[in-house]
Design a protein around this ligand. Structure first.
Ligand code: AMP
Ligand code: TRP
Length: 487
């Protein structure tokens, strides 16, 4: 157990005789997210509400599928005013972050709603967003200065698990570039506090085209380090390697039988990647069935990807619908989420083409691990135009617009602000400024990368795979059962 505070809290619970079990999970902020992760119902969870009743603070414990009847509680307490503690009051009183209240708060009168006791066990907060405690409910009576009251009603169970589950994958082939960072990874990092986020290094997908074993292994670790150095936090999110969780290949096989040749033939990525190739694997053709398995194993609601992957996510929905209509509701239909800005960073040599891993011209692409001086040179030699004005106009001035976008995305100023700043400057001065921003970003990024690559990535990725498997395996078993496989 990593957190000393949790150990201390657990010790206090033991002292007053409350049996409990400590459960760890990725960082999750709301009861539906935690309970969903643990595979529990909303009624299996409890929350402690810190409230202000006249001039005293009290704690009220209710089940997560219930809402408080404030009027009733006021009558029982015989107070005139009753409200939730505000964030400052909460933090001062409990010393815990808002939203992480514990069941036992020494020195505070505690009122426990009686519906809590209808369950043999309930989970509750611990002060940490990565740890939850499961209590034997009959022991909750032992909380000093506590009283059982009847003050909560079961909520209409609208859509309780309307929480967000995000899944995205990225191939460990080639070198990651500024376009990947700005168009994909940066958004994954930013949205990590929201819902459950799962990121998968898709090595099974990588072998749909020939790979050199030593290089594949190297690139897999490199990509993991790049993602962590970019800000993916493996404590908060689940980060793992696809081949470490066998459920992906297993469900991928099943989906082979739920997608037609015709559907796969319409995929533009297949057309692009198979064109003029001497050897085209069945795997390359079948790629979307495996991608559907990746997504559907986790009840994913959102798939953040670039425009190019939208068609695959739509096919994933078709596969889920076909399965569900044959065997009953099993898979959640996900939606693709495409970034509004930075979704298309362009080549520095030909700014009408996407910056890409496979560009033959090395000057077209800035790789995250590029030598800093080389990166500076690439920016200084970027294709511009003859207009002599620094303005965002993708049609007329694609090169300058691309540089403006890169500057804005990495540095944070809006494009308007940057245009104003460089109003009377020439292209060379502007390029020097863009190069500075890019080099500063890369320098900072590479310093983090160099530290991360030295850490025990294998352990981090194995932990991630275990967490992923815990979520995916019940789903796979459910599908197997419905198909008619013998248990
Ligand atoms: P890929 O490089 O094709 O493996 O893509 C990995 C992720 O980066 C996907 O979500 C892509 O949509 C995104 N991506 C790739 N190239 C660019 C680019 N030039 N601009 C913005 N996003 C990109
Ligand atoms: N096909 C994606 C790409 O090439 C990678 C990928 C594999 C993926 N499985 C996924 C993306 C699941 C999102 C969800 O970029």
């Amino acid at each position: 157990m990593k957190d000393k505070n949790i150990q201390k809290y657990s010790g206090e619970l033991k002292k007053i005789g409350i049996s409990h079990e400590i459960l760890e999970h990725p960082e999750l902020h709301t009861p539906p997210e935690v309970l969903g992760y643990l595979g529990l119902e909303l009624s299996d969870g409890s929350s402690t509400l810190i409230m202000r009743a006249d001039d005293e603070f009290i704690a009220v414990i209710r089940r997560d599928d219930c809402k408080l009847d404030l009027k009733k509680l006021k009558e029982i307490l015989r107070v005139n005013s009753l409200r939730m503690a505000n964030p400052d009051e909460f933090e001062e009183l409990t010393g815990l972050p808002l939203g992480a209240a514990r069941v036992y708060n020494p020195g505070i009168k505690t009122f426990i709603d009686k519906k809590v006791f209808e369950k043999e066990y309930v989970t509750g907060g611990t002060g940490s967003f990565t740890v939850t405690i499961k209590y034997k409910t009959e022991d909750l009576n032992k909380i000093p200065d506590s009283k059982v009251v009847d003050v909560a009603e079961i909520k209409e169970l609208e859509k309780v698990f309307s929480n967000k589950i995000v899944f995205s994958g990225i191939q460990p082939s080639g070198n990651l570039h500024l376009g990947n960072y700005i168009g994909a990874v940066k958004h994954w990092v930013k949205d990590q506090n929201n819902g459950l986020n799962i990121f998968c290094i898709v090595d099974l997908h990588a072998i749909t085209v020939p790979q050199e074993p030593r290089l594949l292994r190297e690139k897999t670790f490199e990509l993991a380090a790049i993602l962590i150095a970019s800000g993916i936090n493996p404590e908060k999110s689940i980060l793992f390697i696809q081949s470490h969780n066998p459920d992906h290949a297993n469900l991928g096989w099943v989906f082979n039988c739920f997608v037609s040749m015709g559907q796969l033939q319409r995929m533009t990525q297949f057309k692009d990647k198979s064109e003029d190739k001497e050897f085209v694997s069945v795997g390359l053709f079948d790629y979307p069935a495996l991608m559907a398995a990746d997504i559907l194993l986790y009840d994913t609601t959102e798939v953040p990807v670039g425009e190019d992957q939208k068609q695959h996510v739509e096919l994933t929905r078709d596969i889920a619908e076909r399965f569900n209509s044959k065997f009953g509701e099993t898979f959640v239909l996900p939606k693709p989420v495409i970034p509004k800005t930075g979704g298309r960073i362009m080549s520095l040599v030909d700014p009408t083409k996407k910056m890409s891993k496979s560009d033959a011209n090395q000057n077209a692409t800035i790789y995250l691990l590029d030598d800093l001086e080389l990166a500076r040179k690439k920016i200084m030699s970027a294709t511009t135009d003859g207009f002599r004005r620094i303005a965002y106009d993708v049609k007329e001035q694609p090169g300058i617009s691309n540089l403006l976008e890169i500057y804005s995305e990495l540095q944070g100023n809006s494009i308007k602000e940057i245009e104003q700043k460089f109003e009377n400057k020439n292209y060379k001065e502007f390029k020097v400024a863009v190069a500075d921003v890019v080099v500063n970003f890369l320098k900072d990024f590479q310093a983090k990368y160099n530290k991360v690559i030295e850490t025990d990535l294998k352990k981090v990725l194995e932990d991630g795979a275990q967490k992923a498997y815990k979520l995916s395996h019940p789903k796979l078993m459910e599908a197997y059962k419905k198909i008619g496989f013998v248990n």
